[in-house]
Design a protein. Structure first.
Length: 154
């Protein structure tokens, strides 16, 4: 044990409290980078509905769902719904290699350390999280929801 006077122990405790509470707060709201290293706060309430698509490059179901989602993206975008494809646990170079030669219109984010997937309690991929314009999760599923308009544009 450190042999500090009471005042020193108090200051040390205060500093440790501030450090750990700051680290916890920083991890609470995941800010992810896109492939160009631009930060995106996926928890930010933009006032627009959004679809978060959690995926990996090695998952065959993710690949087919990514193709479906990308094909529907122009229509979804016209309807005022944001779409973000969140890759879980893979380095950027691997995701870029996978996407090379594919003309993907959807913005891809990197959840390298699983902070966003932990926040949204992702238990398997692919997973769609539909977030209403109020910022609340309104639907979770493993296939693209055909009734996405009803879910998101209430």
């Amino acid at each position: 044990m450190l042999n500090l006077p009471k005042r020193g122990m108090f200051l040390l405790s205060a500093v440790l409290f501030l450090v750990f509470s700051t680290v916890k707060a920083a991890c609470a709201e995941p800010v992810l980078n896109d492939l160009q290293s631009n930060p995106v706060d996926i928890s930010e309430n933009t006032g627009r509905p959004r679809i978060l698509f959690f995926w990996t490059t090695w998952c065959p179901y993710c690949r087919s769902e990514l193709k479906v989602l990308d094909g529907m993206y122009p229509q979804i975008k016209k309807e005022g719904i944001d779409v973000l494809a969140v890759n879980i646990g893979e380095p950027g170079y691997k995701v870029e290699k996978f996407l090379k030669g594919r003309s993907l219109g959807i913005r891809v984010l990197l959840d390298r350390y699983g902070r966003a997937s932990d926040k949204y309690k992702i238990r398997g991929v692919p997973t769609y999280i539909c977030v209403g314009s109020d910022g609340q999760v309104v639907s979770v599923g493993h296939v693209f929801p055909e009734d996405y308009k009803e879910i998101l544009l209430k």
